[in-house]
Design a protein around this ligand. Structure first.
Ligand SMILES: Nc1ncnc2c1ncn2[C@@H]1O[C@H](COP(=O)(O)OP(=O)(O)O)[C@@H](O)[C@H]1O
Ligand SMILES: [Mg+2]
Length: 239
């Protein structure tokens, strides 16, 4: 079945090349993770996939459709959605209003159905629907950001550091929601600095180092890889 395919994708900011000829593929229906230290180019790659920043080179396709050069609003129409690093909620707007942003001008499915689905995934958002997003806990804000990304009824969800700054218990809640979203058929590409979490959630992983793919393989194998263990898992055995 077709999938997300990146062929030698490069991203640059002026003279700073953040991503160098990255090729990767994400099987339809899979959860794939992208690991790497701060500054490795992970966010640049996700932002390029959804068309928020232009490619310096390479090609992107989703479900056999060439997405190279597609702008973000059109990418959302084609089924892509991004939950950005740092959540980027509007703190002065309510949860409901933030969720509505994700459905803004989307032409994919019924907004009411999407909203019910998001509330099913995150019941706490339903309880807090009329509260300002800025008054939510960190975990609730992350749920709101993922919920907003789900409002466009995506077939490919890009998650940028969903566990960032969250307490371990809350990370568990977010992880369960990610698994639940994937179980409904949504393909997921997740960027994480929390390698342990990402490898547990995914079937396949890519490791980015200074903008290049340093290694890749089935997540189960990467958990035992000495390089991955030393650098990304703190050398500690995982349960
Ligand atoms: N808007 C920008 N302008 C200039 N350089 C940027 C910009 N965004 C990111 N970079 C640089 O690109 C590189 C990759 O950054 P980023 O994609 O944010 O990495 P990561 O998400 O893996 O931490 C870093 O060297 C960073 O400083
Ligand atoms: Mg980042």
């Amino acid at each position: 079945m077709s999938s997300l395919e990146l062929d030698k994708v490069s991203v640059a900011y002026g003279n700073i090349q953040a991503v160098h000829e990255v090729s990767l593929s994400v099987r339809q229906g899979a959860v794939v993770c992208l690991l790497g230290a701060n500054g490795a180019g992970k966010s640049s790659l996700l932002n390029a996939i959804i068309g928020l920043i232009p490619l310096r080179g390479g090609k992107i396709s989703w479900q056999g459709r060439d997405m190279t050069g597609t702008r973000a609003f059109e990418a959302v129409r084609q089924g892509l959605s991004l939950s950005p690093e740092g959540r980027r909620l509007f703190p002065g707007l309510t949860v409901m209003e933030n969720l509505a942003m994700g459905a803004y001008r989307q032409t994919r499915g019924d907004t009411a159905v999407s909203l019910e689905r998001v509330f099913g995934l995150f019941p706490r958002l339903k309880e807090r629907a009329r509260q300002r997003a800025g008054s939510l806990s960190g975990g609730e804000q992350q749920m709101c950001a993922i919920g907003r990304a789900m409002m466009s009824n995506p077939s490919l969800l890009l998650l940028d550091e969903p566990s960032l700054g969250l307490a371990p218990k809350v990370i568990g809640d977010v992880a369960r929601a990610i698994t639940e979203i994937n179980a409904t058929g949504v393909t997921i590409l997740i960027v994480e600095q929390n390698a342990k979490l990402a490898l547990r959630l995914s079937e396949y992983a890519y490791v980015l180092e200074t903008g290049r793919v340093a290694l890749h393989g089935p997540s189960k194998e990467l958990i035992d890889d000495p390089h991955v263990r030393a650098i990304y898992l703190g050398g500690v055995a995982t349960a």
